[in-house]
Design a protein around this ligand. Structure first.
Ligand SMILES: NC(=O)c1ccc[n+]([C@@H]2O[C@H](COP(=O)([O-])OP(=O)(O)OC[C@H]3O[C@@H](n4cnc5c(N)ncnc54)[C@H](O)[C@@H]3O)[C@@H](O)[C@H]2O)c1
Length: 339
């Protein structure tokens, strides 16, 4: 299938590209590299040994998008491009709505103009906000607590309406839980340009010596060890979910939101212990007060992914930590340092 991948140079995009290329799809990446490096694409190309077309462009640039659609004629789009920091979205809400919402409008317009009627969209478990019940299924009310989360919810609603206008259109809204890990080769991985907001890249930076210690936000939650629990999903499993979603979209018109997680939750201290085992390095940490907006526990109901996509997570905590360490130890400064 000819697949246009927006934001394909980013963390999840680069791992998905590898799976797409290995599954013999024709792929074009459309990215403005605002939060990624062209080096990631060079490495994907060398790992897959397959050609990878690239266009440097912004999803809000309708002229460039339309030129790209006219030339490549994609049969489907995987839409990763967007801004993703919850904290930044509170400080810069308009940038988030502009890139995530207005950018998606431009993309859908280009798709409509060029007869492309299949999309897989990167949504997030953040659309659920603080869960009323667990594990959280796709019918859980949407009550996002940040401009970032609201931008994802708005895009979901827009895509749902867009898909409803024509009976041949298909859309899959993948609600990721907490993506972690890296390709087992250690050649591609998560490369935060700022202080990481997420646990795993922070732990990895402590292990490699870039940061002195980990702050554990609260050890008085009603969980087994008192620290927050999340549903971490290996990025390779997540990449496979995109391939399964593309296949599903090709045979199933309509619009479906689907959780992508493991269905189990892991605490901060369990993650720290697993990373110490994987890396052989100590992870010094200090317990500090809870962080505003954090919840005790979050975990996905993954029955719908199994039922519709025939997909389920295969990789566990050890593989998540081992692959992250393979990436971090070989690339302590991410893509800025050529391996
Ligand atoms: N990583 C997570 O924890 C997580 C969780 C849930 C959902 N998501 C969503 O998944 C998607 C991918 O996440 P990621 O972790 O790979 O992020 P990322 O920042 O690594 O990748 C996003 C990519 O989009 C590109 N981009 C940003 N704005 C653009 C624009 N205006 N035009 C063209 N390209 C643009 C960036 O350069 C980058 O390559 C995002 O939409 C994110 O919101 C991520």
């Amino acid at each position: 299938m000819r697949v246009l991948v927006t934001g394909g140079a980013g963390y999840i995009g680069s791992h998905t590209l590898l799976q797409l290329l290995r599954s013999d799809h024709d792929v074009l990446v459309y990215d403005n590299f605002t939060n990624s490096a062209p080096e990631a694409l060079a490495r994907v190309q060398s790992l897959s040994n397959r050609p990878l077309a690239q266009v440097t462009g912004d999803i809000r640039d309708s002229t460039r998008l339309n030129e790209t659609f006219a030339q490549f004629r994609p049969e489907a789009v995987i839409h990763f491009a967007g801004l993703k920091s919850v904290g930044n979205s509170v400080a810069h809400p308009l940038s988030y709505y502009d890139t995530n919402v207005a950018g998606t409008l431009q993309l859908l317009r280009a798709m409509s103009s060029h007869g492309c009627d299949r999309i897989v969209f990167s949504s997030s478990a953040t659309v659920y906000g603080e869960a009323i019940y667990l594990p959280c299924d796709e019918d859980h009310p949407l009550q996002p607590a940040s401009p970032y989360g609201r931008s994802k919810m708005m895009v979901e609603m827009i895509i749902r309406d867009w898909a409803a206008r024509h009976r041949d259109t298909s859309a899959v809204l993948l609600r990721y839980f907490n993506p972690v890990g890296a390709d087992a080769s250690g050649r591609i991985g998560e490369d935060p340009t700022d202080i990481p907001e997420n646990l795993m890249p922070y732990v990895a930076q402590v292990a490699v010596g870039t940061r002195a210690e980990l702050s554990v936000y609260g050890a008085d939650y009603p969980t087994d060890d008192g620290t927050g629990e999340r549903d971490y999903i290996h990025v390779e499993d997540l990449a496979r979910a995109h391939c399964a979603a593309l296949d599903y979209a090709a045979r199933s018109p309509g619009c479906e939101a689907i959780n992508v997680g493991t269905g189990t939750s892991v605490s901060v201290l369990q993650m720290v212990a697993a990373f110490e085992r994987a890396s052989g390095r100590p992870i010094p940490y200090r317990v500090v007060p809870r962080r505003a907006g954090d919840v005790a526990r979050m975990c996905a109901n993954v029955a719908k992914a199994q039922r519709l996509l025939g997909w389920q997570a295969q990789m566990g905590l050890e593989e998540m930590c081992r692959s992250t360490w393979a990436w971090q130890s070989a690339n302590p400064a991410g893509y800025r340092q050529q391996a």
